[in-house]
Design a protein around this ligand. Structure first.
Ligand code: BDR
Ligand code: CA
Length: 317
């Protein structure tokens, strides 16, 4: 089977780093590049983190292109309380040897998508600023992209950044608005499903049996993330949002989806950044995406752990 070609648009980020590792560990996908956006940390820091994580996984050949440092309209909002000052929790990785690509992430996305019409799957797992900019700059990418699997939104679920809004959509709701209404073939992976996917202490202990720098990185990064979940949300373990979106590129059977019309509030009030679906077709608008609303969480966590074990074994050999 030919692997699916993907580009991950990311703000790494603890769970972003785990999604990158999952992609590198999965033969069903080929990572054509990482494009970096502001979000969990600055775009500068995220670029360093992406390069370091690639080097940790012996995948320095994957190009990294730095993108937008600020949302389209809203002021900057980073998340050091969730991901730590450097974005990777308590993990400390050596400074990367590789440099980012000279090209801006928006140009990288456009060039790569247009060069291979119908072949590139995008996996945006941060605020959607880069992708919205790319759509505005080169609308032909809408037809040329194969699929877009987005981690973001909270449909029936409460928000994790405001009472109503999820982080990636709240940080750049205008960008989400552009992407949602672009006509791209989107699958949305909202908190409704990711909040059922909890990585536990026992799961991390299982990985640590591998005695690998990759396992140690996962343990050090997620320890910080678990402390955040405990303190702010009384959750035992940590939610690994972004790896679920990544897994759906090759394991769509992990979730149940509905095809729906989904929008995001950009009116600036209490529900700014809130995503909502027209379940009863009250507005007579055509569905614009598939939305994951049911998930088999333990199947996903098992898949994630198995892939991480394989990656650890591959790296240490
Ligand atoms: C999303 O926000 C970030 O904190 C995570 O990396 C994930 O992409 C979850 O709301
Ligand atoms: Ca993210």
């Amino acid at each position: 089977m030919t692997p699916k070609r993907i580009i991950i648009d990311t703000d790494p980020g603890i769970d972003d780093a785990l999604a990158i590792l999952l992609a590198l560990a999965s033969p069903e996908v080929q990572v054509d590049g990482l494009t970096i956006v502001h979000g969990n940390c600055s775009a500068d820091q995220g670029t360093v983190n992406a390069l370091s994580v690639l080097e940790l996984a012996q995948a320095a050949h994957v190009p990294v292109a730095k993108g937008c440092s600020l949302p389209l309209v809203q002021p900057s909002l980073l998340a050091p309380e969730t991901h730590g000052k450097t974005g990777i929790g308590y993990a400390q990785l050596p400074p990367p040897k590789a440099r980012p690509a000279a090209q801006h992430a928006v140009d990288f996305l456009i060039e790569r998508i247009l060069a291979a019409p119908g072949e590139i799957t995008l996996v945006p797992i941060g605020p959607l600023t880069n992708l919205a900019m790319a759509i505005r700059r080169e609308p032909r990418i809408v037809e040329a992209v194969k699929e877009v699997v987005i981690m973001g939104g909270a449909i029936r679920h409460e928000g994790n950044t405001t009472p109503l809004a999820e982080f990636n959509t709240y940080v750049d709701p205008h960008a989400a608005h552009i992407v949602y209404h672009s006509g791209m073939p989107i699958t949305l992976v909202p908190l409704d499903v990711t909040y059922q996917c909890i990585l536990s202490d026992a799961d991390v202990a299982r990985l640590l049996e591998q005695k690998s720098p990759v396992a140690q990185f996962i343990a050090d990064a997620t320890r910080f993330y678990m402390e955040f979940h405990d303190e702010y949300q009384q959750i035992d373990g940590c939610i690994i949002n972004d790896p679920l979106a990544l897994a759906l590129v090759f394991a769509p059977q992990l979730v149940d989806t509905e095809t729906l019309y989904v929008d995001v509030d950009i009116s600036g009030g209490a529900s700014m950044g809130k995503t909502f679906a027209d379940f009863y077709r009250m507005e007579d608008k055509a569905p614009n995406m598939k939305v994951a609303l049911g998930v088999r969480p333990r199947d996903f966590i098992e898949l994630f752990l198995e892939r991480m074990e394989q990656l650890c074994q591959h790296i240490s050999n």
